[in-house]
Ligand binder design. Structure first.
Ligand SMILES: *[C@@H]1O[C@H](CO)[C@@H](O)[C@H](O)[C@H]1NC(C)=O
Ligand SMILES: *[C@@H]1O[C@H](CO)[C@@H](O)[C@H](O)[C@H]1NC(C)=O
Ligand SMILES: *[C@@H]1O[C@H](CO)[C@@H](O)[C@H](O)[C@H]1NC(C)=O
Ligand SMILES: *[C@@H]1O[C@H](CO)[C@@H](O)[C@H](O)[C@H]1NC(C)=O
Ligand SMILES: *[C@@H]1O[C@H](CO)[C@@H](O)[C@H](O)[C@H]1NC(C)=O
Ligand SMILES: *[C@@H]1O[C@H](CO)[C@@H](O)[C@H](O)[C@H]1NC(C)=O
Ligand SMILES: *[C@@H]1O[C@H](CO)[C@@H](O)[C@H](O)[C@H]1NC(C)=O
Ligand SMILES: *[C@@H]1O[C@H](CO)[C@@H](O)[C@H](O)[C@H]1NC(C)=O
Length: 377
């Protein structure tokens, strides 16, 4: 080399490049809010039509260097499944211990599973899908999430444990975790699981799990079961990053997707009253361990919170999102006097379930009665 200067510049650039990759230490995640197409002539063709849409999202994500993409529960079949169609729309799913790629070892698997495995390999991306699984040649079916690695091999399989009005499938009985080549260990849960310790907490018994993949077809039931608030609550309460992909059908109150960071920040969110599919892509920090649980609601300046997290454009046609209402007849009510700035109340319900209500107001509100409702569960 004639001059040392170009060499030096080159060296500096290389260092900056390395700092960018390892200093920030993030991976790129995509979650898809998805409204399936249900127009094809047969149940099997409907699945394949939705697989085509999935393949387009996977290619689009690959162009944006996504490491892992997540699709929702029931995205391939639609949520209103006729149990008689199960054998037609289901597939065997390889045991992860066998390191099988359906793309290259196709004999026992449906075209849907094979195509998705091939797409993971072609695009060198982790792909997470939900599908009806048929246990080898039996009449036992599961609601299963399948995780393909960048080579198309099935590296994890999670069978939903906490079923919701799904008498046509059998519950799973084991949690599922897997480690990626970007150093993150994921746990997998599906929809209703998030409300039950086994599996939404038991999956965290693997201490390496810092991130959770959550596929859902979740009906929002106000005031306590808003899809997005349950998602963020889980991430904060467990100090994990949560990737959440929701099935979209706002007239049936189904929807809500997001990427929630372990420190309480919402990296991206989508709740829509419009029937549509949408992919969210963000960088997610690689955590060396889970953060401390954060279950105590901090006072936030709502004006600031709103402008940073919830750009109103992320809430498309939100007034058209139909929500269900919970039966509140079993709840204990407490009246708060908002005519003062510091409010301390105490409410008990049933046998010994009590909670403090501490509210700080910037200025008193005269003649206003807000009611606090407390769930005895
Ligand atoms: C298909 O599954 C059967 C067991 O159900 C197994 O014996 C056979 O080897 C599998 N075929 C392939 C190609 O993996
Ligand atoms: C689920 O089943 C329960 C009773 O088993 C019923 O009350 C409820 O309406 C069902 N929910 C849906 C969404 O079908
Ligand atoms: C979770 O539930 C399954 C199925 O009922 C059971 O086999 C398993 O032991 C439970 N795991 C834990 C940690 O409770
Ligand atoms: C889980 O269920 C399978 C059958 O689906 C059974 O073979 C296995 O022993 C069960 N495992 C546990 C831990 O209960
Ligand atoms: C949470 O982490 C993200 C990414 O590292 C960061 O941008 C954000 O400021 C953090 N938020 C809080 C409240 O610490
Ligand atoms: C809340 O944030 C808004 C916008 O940044 C600001 O104008 C307002 O003064 C803040 N209020 C408090 C109590 O900090
Ligand atoms: C607030 O209202 C309650 C009853 O409505 C009354 O007992 C109390 O004295 C009021 N407090 C203040 C600070 O005005
Ligand atoms: C709420 O108020 C009670 C009574 O003043 C106090 O004991 C408790 O520590 C407060 N809780 C929080 C989270 O500030």
């Amino acid at each position: 080399m004639n001059s040392k200067i170009p060499y030096l510049i080159c060296f500096l650039y290389a260092n900056i490049f390395i700092l960018e990759i390892y200093g920030q230490n993030t991976y790129k995640a995509a979650v898809v809010e998805f409204t399936p197409k249900l127009t094809a002539d047969t149940p099997k063709n409907r699945v394949l039509e939705n697989v085509e849409d999935y393949l387009n999202y996977i290619e689009d994500a690959a162009d944006q260097h996504v490491d892992i993409i997540l699709f929702p529960e029931y995205g391939l079949t639609g949520a209103n499944i006729d149990p008689r169609d199960l054998s037609e729309v289901s597939t065997e799913v390889p045991n992860p211990d066998d390191s099988i790629s359906p793309c290259t070892n196709s004999a026992n698997y449906s075209k849907a599973l094979i195509d998705l495995s091939c797409a993971a390999a072609t695009n060198a991306m982790y792909v997470v899908i939900n599908i009806f699984e048929r246990v080898s040649k039996s009449n036992i079916f599961h609601n299963t999430n399948v995780i393909f690695n960048r080579g198309g091999t099935v590296v994890a399989r999670y069978r939903k444990m906490n079923l919701y009005n799904e008498s046509y499938v059998a519950p799973g009985n084991v949690t599922a975790t897997f480690k990626t080549d970007f150093g993150v260990t994921f746990g997998v849960i599906i929809c209703n699981d998030i409300l039950f310790g086994n599996s939404s907490l038991s999956v965290l018994r693997d201490e390496h799990v810092t991130d959770i993949l959550y596929s859902a077809a979740w009906a929002t039931l106000l005031p306590f079961f808003g899809g997005a608030s349950v998602q963020q609550g889980y991430a904060r309460a467990n100090g994990v990053n949560l990737l959440a992909s929701g099935y979209n059908n706002p007239t049936s109150s189904l929807g809500g997707s997001g990427i929630y960071l372990a420190n309480g920040t919402i990296a991206d969110i989508h709740v829509s009253g419009a029937k549509l599919s949408k992919m969210l892509i963000t960088d997610v920090p690689v955590l060396s361990q889970r953060l401390s649980p954060d279950t105590c609601q901090k006072a936030v300046n709502f004006t600031e919170e709103k402008s940073t997290h919830f750009g109103i454009e992320s809430m498309i046609d939100i007034n058209k999102f139909r929500t269900l209402k919970e039966d509140l007849s079993d709840y204990t009510f407490k009246t708060l006097n908002l005519n003062q700035t510091a409010i301390y109340e105490f409410a008990c319900s049933g046998e010994g379930s009590c909670c403090y209500i501490n509210v700080t107001l910037n200025k008193p509100i005269a003649n206003s009665n807000y009611v606090y409702k407390y769930d005895p569960l």
